[in-house]
Write a protein that binds this ligand. Structure first.
Ligand code: ZN
Length: 257
């Protein structure tokens, strides 16, 4: 494929190639043979990094191919892969449960939805020739939801980075209220120290940028750096409020969340 329309055309191609590879490989798996399924799933990680190497070769010498910047898409697809791995484990348990095995607590449900980041930017303002965006607007790479037998964790909008960022990014200033207004939390995910290509979710660090101290907090509710509140409410809180009310009325909700 020849792409000669600059950085964004290449970026689209890179992201699509990597995500298509993941889709293609998960479609091909023989899920009826458990051990083969697990082996094939494990092998996808290597195929994704291979695809990235192939792309780098394809664009060698092209001045519009910014390898450092485009590597972000590899990390995005690896984050998605790690999420799918986690999701697959829970679905496996659910299938076993459907076949009659009894668990004390129903298996959790974890889901990552990739967002394709072509957003029409409202209120892009030019200042001295530089475009700036100031108004809150949703921008994230993934929506993450988690539900277990006790209830739901706050849904999260996650932006994937290739490494831990040391400095506050001005865009977080509008990404945080934009997420909050939809009842979501906003988090940044990056590979844990020393891990170049993470395979599992525990090789990813997830933090929330704190608008008060401008540092990265381990806790999304109360900043682990300055103690200020970051996300005072989420749509998941409504569920727990409703549960409290039900209990006060002497009722109890039974069954799967
Ligand atoms: Zn703080």
């Amino acid at each position: 494929m020849t792409v000669d329309q600059g950085y964004w055309a290449i970026a689209d191609y890179v992201k699509r190639s990597l995500f298509n590879k993941l889709r293609e490989m998960t479609t091909r798996i023989n899920y009826l043979d458990y051990h083969e399924y697990k082996r094939s799933f494990e092998a996808i990680h290597g195929l994704l990094t291979e695809e990235w190497n192939r792309i780098q070769k394809e664009f060698r010498g092209n001045p519009d191919f910014n390898s450092k910047r485009l590597k972000g898409y590899l990390l995005e697809v690896l984050f998605y892969y790690a999420c799918l791995k986690m999701q697959a484990n829970f679905i496996d348990a659910e299938i076993v449960e459907m076949e009659g095995v009894k668990f004390k607590e129903s298996p959790p449900w974890f889901e990552a939805t990739p967002l394709y980041d072509i957003i029409a930017p409202l209120h892009h303002i030019r200042e001295k020739g530089v475009r700036r965006r100031r108004a809150p607007q949703t921008r994230a790479d993934f929506l993450i939801t988690y539900v277990d037998h006790e209830g739901s964790a706050p849904p999260s909008m996650v932006e994937v980075k290739t490494r831990k960022l040391q400095n506050w990014r001005p865009e977080w200033g509008w990404q945080i209220p934009a997420a909050l207004r939809r009842g979501f939390i906003f988090q940044i995910a990056y590979p844990r120290n020393g891990v170049e290509y993470p395979k599992n979710l525990d090789e990813w660090e997830t933090v929330a940028p704190c608008p008060s101290c401008k540092k990265l907090s381990e806790d999304f509710r109360k900043c682990s750096e300055c103690g200020d509140e970051i996300f005072p409410f989420t749509i998941a809180d409504a569920h727990y409020e409703a549960m409290k009310l039900w209990r006060m009325l002497g009722k109890d909700r039974k069954g799967r969340f």
